[in-house]
Design a protein around this ligand. Structure first.
Ligand code: FAD
Length: 392
């Protein structure tokens, strides 16, 4: 049975995370306006908060499952400020790829590093099978030689290394694409610049260049004794990563949307607009009606996220559900933040408040980890039973 009732212990964990998130919110405007700066790893006012993982220590068998709780934590953190909080966290998207596709030895060797994930290139985004970056094995030195460019790499500047996609055989299409772990400092690996963005500006997003970059042969994820065509380090192995990261991205967007709803509710109530849950929408003002609609949208989207996480916790496939919650979440957070701006008028657009920033920050959640359109393609293929080549 699906049950998303949070235990008292879980509620305390979430309250603690929200308290810390509020500290991050205090820095939100500064790093939004000073994009060239990096938030510190430790904020002075937040240093006494316990690490999030230690809050999990006392969890019992009746507490909410780990995946579901992780989604709630992601939402609680981004409710404060997504990018400032992210800077303080350890690990990146590449760590999830390492866990999904690395051998136990590789996970042991690199698991402690913060790893970015670089798939996107100037000519390759939604269709990752078009990766142009090449990896050629130099049998004489037993090294891979990487050549190519990657753009929009989240955590790209501060990461210790990156899981990068490159093709070992362009003619083989998807089967030729493999993922490699490249540590910072590898010869020929350069962080070219930090990207400038619409939102999540405190987030560090980098562009990379690999020019005759040499890495040991053992850095192919999944192991490469025989360089199998479908090793776990290949296309399919790393795509598995997205089944938990897509719900997490949706949860992050929803945490920001929740902040926008909280702010809007406060402002409406301060202006004398009553929002009541008893009488139903029809008996209320147009402002309250619209607000209730936006809240209902939030609840519906959050339930799709929790369901995707719950399926994963239960050891069931969540390929379809992770795309559903990403598509639903990405669209919902755009509507919610825009709707909140409409409800508050000029106050919603003013830089005196964070609402206009939240509106900009959520936009990315409908783009990275697969755009809304790509999620709809995946959903349609799954429901209608089409293959990748039949519906694209
Ligand atoms: C802030 C930020 C951080 C990012 N972080 C990372 C990262 O860490 N690692 C990484 O590898 N990438 C990252 N990305 C890249 C991101 O994943 C891509 O931008 C995204 O996958 C879309 O690719 P694209 O920008 O090339 O758009 P395109 O693929 O060129 O798509 C353009 C538009 O066409 C639509 N479209 C494309 N194909 C279809 C289709 N078949 N049917 C219908 N519509 C379609 C898309 O939905 C989109 O609206 C990041 C991007 C940003 C902005």
């Amino acid at each position: 049975m699906i049950d998303f009732t949070f235990t008292e212990h879980d509620k305390k964990v979430l309250d603690a995370v929200r308290a810390e998130a509020l500290v991050c919110r205090g820095y939100a405007r500064h790093y939004d306006e000073n994009e060239h700066e990096f938030p510190p790893d430790e904020l002075p006012e937040a240093k006494d908060f316990p690490p999030t993982m230690s809050l999990f220590a006392g969890r019992g068998k009746d507490d909410t499952s780990l995946g579901v709780m992780s989604m709630m934590l992601a939402a609680a953190q981004s409710w404060g400020d997504y990018s400032v909080r992210m800077r303080r966290g350890k690990g990146g998207l590449g760590n999830a790829a390492l866990r999904a596709a690395g051998t136990p030895e590789q996970q042991k060797q690199w698991g402690h590093l913060t790893l970015a994930m670089a798939i996107t290139e100037p000519g390759c985004g939604s269709d990752p099978s078009r990766v142009q970056m090449t990896a050629v094995l130099d049998a004489a030195t037993n090294e891979w030689v990487l050549n190519g460019e990657k753009i929009f790499v989240t955590t790209g500047c501060r990461a210790d290394g990156v899981v990068v996609w490159a093709t070992i055989d362009k003619a083989a299409g998807r089967a030729g694409i493999k993922s490699f772990l490249v540590e910072k400092g590898a010869p020929g690996f350069v962080v070219a610049h930090k990207e400038k963005k619409l939102g999540i500006r405190a987030d560090d997003t980098a562009a990379y260049v690999f020019k005759d970059c040499r890495i040991p042969r053992g850095n192919l994820l999944g192991g490469n004794e025989e360089i199998p065509k479908e090793s776990s380090g290949g296309f399919r192995g790393v795509m598995k990563t997205f089944n938990m990261t897509r719900p997490a991205v949706a949860a992050i967007g929803l945490g920001i949307a929740q902040a926008a709803l909280d702010f809007t509710r406060e402002q409406l109530q301060a202006a004398g607009v009553a929002i009541e849950y008893g009488p139903g929408a029809a008996g209320q003002s147009a402002l309250a009606q619209r607000f209730l609609e936006l809240e209902a949208l939030y609840e519906a989207a959050m339930l799709t996220v929790l369901r995707a996480a719950w399926l994963s916790d239960a050891g069931k496939s969540n390929n379809l559900e992770s795309s559903i919650c990403k598509a639903k979440g990405g669209a919902a957070v755009r509507e919610i933040t825009q709707g909140c701006i409409e409800l508050l008028g000029p106050m919603g657009a003013s830089r005196e408040h964070l609402l206009e920033k939240w509106f900009r920050d959520v936009r990315i959640t409908d783009i990275y980890e697969g755009t809304g359109q790509i999620q709809r393609l995946i959903i349609a293929r799954d429901i209608l039973g089409y293959g990748r080549d039949e519906l694209k």
